[in-house]
Design a protein around this ligand. Structure first.
Ligand code: AMP
Length: 429
């Protein structure tokens, strides 16, 4: 099978790497890809993965490429092309594609839609309100004592959520989004949620339009610095599974979230084929959904796919075809840990083009896979080309070993200004 993967981050490197292991994969293109993706080879044929210089949001050129090459499956990594309707576009052109269509991708693209859906169908979530009027929004924030999360409705490069601990902070956040239009049209409406305290974990479920199968739990580390300090980032590291929910509790939670979610999708005519990724807070009053994403998490993908044993082509194909009941999710026992190495200054300003050394030494360690995110090839060397540069991922039979393996690999890698957290998975030990 010839496969076309869209995206260029660590998540997409993990997707390509896992697809390339399938004996069913005979060719893989990736647009636009990165230096690590370009270095992957297919297990069956030894052929190299081909990177195509088309941006992940350039729908007309992605379509033109797919029409020419006729991949038997296109796999979409990031949220933006999904929100732009790439799945609808490819389907109209009879090109098989994996990911939610535009209507289904609203679970991520619109926080107002998601919040109202959760309330309508009884999915456990934070107490909340949705507003377009600043005065009404402020009255609600005041009723919460100012402790709240103010969220722009639309996609805002992951920056549209402002956490407030006082009423004056909440007033400013509401004015920034609704009045001063800090996020443009993405902030024409907002959701305000009560501030929830607890442990945050990620769930992933693969869906086929009718059914959903839950993955093990994982945990991301969003803040830039150790101890969950510093700015929010795309994610500085992850591990799976977490010790915070046992198998029985997870299955029960899956039913309490996915049961009403599937019923709601059926009632609203939403045909969701892809990954539903609820962000969850484990609070004193039970687990609550903070938000839904409609694609694989990054770096959660890196820890999931290094444990997945099921053939990935079979799994994604079953998700597209509405046949998940025919595929069993199997996971390698043990743990995976991913430590993100970022450019100095990230998530603020950073420079690119720093030479990366030690990749082969790190990747040669047992159980280790170094996924590339922001990298490029230049004059025969690999250089930094983004904020998150690498996702150094390692497996271990227990969490302590997996973590040690990941940090042993990180130690082998150098680039000017490299920054990483030293406490990934530490909370779980
Ligand atoms: P979201 O994009 O909605 O997941 O929000 C981004 C981050 O903000 C989450 O990962 C949480 O760390 C935090 N957050 C969002 N909503 C809340 C809430 N209601 N209470 C506490 N923290 C929140």
């Amino acid at each position: 099978m010839n496969i076309f993967v869209i995206g260029s981050g660590g998540r997409e490197h993990a997707l390509v790497w896992k697809l390339a292991q399938s004996p069913r994969a005979t060719g893989i293109w990736c647009a636009p890809g990165n230096a690590g993706i370009a270095g992957e080879r297919l297990a069956k044929t030894g052929a190299q993965v081909q990177c195509v210089p088309v941006g992940a949001e350039d729908l007309p050129n992605l379509l033109a490429f797919a029409k020419e090459k006729q991949p038997e499956l296109t796999v979409v990594g990031p949220d933006n092309p999904l929100a732009l309707g790439i799945v609808d576009l490819f389907e109209q052109n009879k090109l098989p594609i994996w990911g939610p269509n535009k209507k289904a991708a609203q679970f991520e693209a619109s926080k107002v839609f998601s919040q109202q859906f959760m309330e309508k169908y009884g999915i456990p979530t934070a107490r909340s309100g949705t507003f377009s009027d600043a005065t009404a929004a402020k009255a609600f924030a005041e009723s919460l004592g100012g402790q709240c999360a103010v969220k722009a409705d639309g996609l805002a490069l992951g920056k549209g959520v402002l956490i407030c601990s006082t009423f004056s902070e909440a007033q400013k956040a509401i004015d920034d989004i609704l009045v001063r239009k800090q996020f443009g049209d993405a902030g024409a409406n907002i959701v305000i949620q009560e501030f929830l305290q607890g442990l945050e974990i990620s769930l992933h479920a693969i869906c086929d339009g009718k059914a959903a199968k839950l993955f093990p739990t994982s945990q991301d580390h969003k803040r830039a610095l150790d101890g969950d300090l510093g700015f929010n980032t795309g994610g500085m590291g992850a591990y799976s599974p977490t010790p915070f929910l046992g198998e029985v509790e997870l299955a029960d939670l899956g039913k309490r979230i996915l049961g009403p979610w599937l019923r709601g999708c059926a009632a609203e005519g939403i045909d969701f084929r892809g990954i539903l990724y609820p962000g969850l807070m484990l609070t004193k009053w039970g687990p609550k959904v903070l938000e839904f994403n409609a694609r694989f998490g990054d770096p959660e993908t890196q820890v999931y796919l290094t444990r997945l044993e099921t053939d990935f082509v079979d799994l994604l194909e079953a998700s597209v075809r509405g046949a998940l009941d025919k595929v069993e999710l199997r996971w390698r026992p043990g743990y995976s840990v991913c430590v993100v190495m970022a450019s100095g200054g990230y998530p603020g300003n950073y420079s690119k083009g720093k030479i990366i050394s030690g990749l082969d030494a790190a990747g040669g360690l047992p159980g280790v896979k170094v996924f590339h995110a922001g990298t490029a090839a230049k004059d025969g060397q690999i250089v930094t080309n983004g904020g998150r540069v690498l996702g150094v991922t390692a497996w271990g039979s227990d969490l302590r070993t997996a973590r040690q393996n990941a940090y042993n690999a990180v130690e082998k890698i150098q680039f000017d200004g490299a920054h990483f957290r030293t406490d990934i998975a530490a909370k779980a030990l």
